[in-house]
Design a protein around this ligand. Structure first.
Ligand SMILES: [Fe+2]
Ligand SMILES: [Fe+2]
Length: 192
């Protein structure tokens, strides 16, 4: 099954985001830490699902490294980290689709993680195209490729525990919801 976003971000989004690149970097630093935290929280909540601990740990480390790379760029620009995570409407609205029962919740969180990686990869790629600062352009072009690899990882994890068809059906539903949410949110210098 080929995974594709149902809403394509226009390049104008990236042009606008790049105008607020300092704010964007601060939001991006938060996002990387949040994904790393998410991987660790899945391990904490489902400690018996041994098959995915290696991969979750690896992604948690990679996201933390991305955080460090964003932070390095921020430091060169004399930017500080925000003391509080700002609420992300994208994540908040998408979380409404997550089912309450333990298995449903587990599957949905993995699928949501995969789709959020897809959106991140798409937007980093666009930013890489419009950034005029060569260091930032290179950074986002690389991230576009690296985050793409995480998309399949989360779906593969879900398929270890659930039938392929039920995962694919759920992916379709969540992709629709994601497109609706993304299209409805106002643009700001942030990942979502
Ligand atoms: Fe990342
Ligand atoms: Fe990622």
């Amino acid at each position: 099954m080929k995974l594709e976003l149902h809403y394509q971000t226009p390049i104008e989004w990236a042009e606008q985001a790049y105008e607020g690149i300092d704010d964007f970097l601060q939001d991006h630093a938060d996002s990387e830490r949040k994904v790393s935290n998410l991987c660790l929280s899945i391990i904490t909540k489902y400690p018996n699902r041994h098959e995915i601990i290696d991969e979750l740990t690896q992604i948690a480390v990679e996201e933390l490294l991305h955080f460090k790379q964003v932070f390095d760029i921020m430091q060169k620009r004399n930017l500080t980290l925000r003391s509080n995570f700002k609420q992300d409407q994208y994540i908040k609205q998408l979380s409404e689709i997550v089912r309450e029962d333990s298995d449903g919740r587990f599957m949905d969180r993995l699928i949501l993680a995969s789709i959020a990686e897809m959106r991140g990869s798409e937007r980093f790629g666009l930013l890489g195209q419009v950034a005029t600062d060569p260091q930032i352009a290179k950074f986002y072009k690389n991230l576009h490729i690296q985050e793409m690899e995480h998309i399949d990882s989360f779906i593969k994890m879900a398929k270890i525990y659930f039938p392929e068809k039920s995962v694919n059906d759920r992916v379709k539903q969540i992709l629709e919801k994601e497109a609706e949410v993304t299209a409805s949110l106002p643009w700001r210098p942030a990942l979502h």
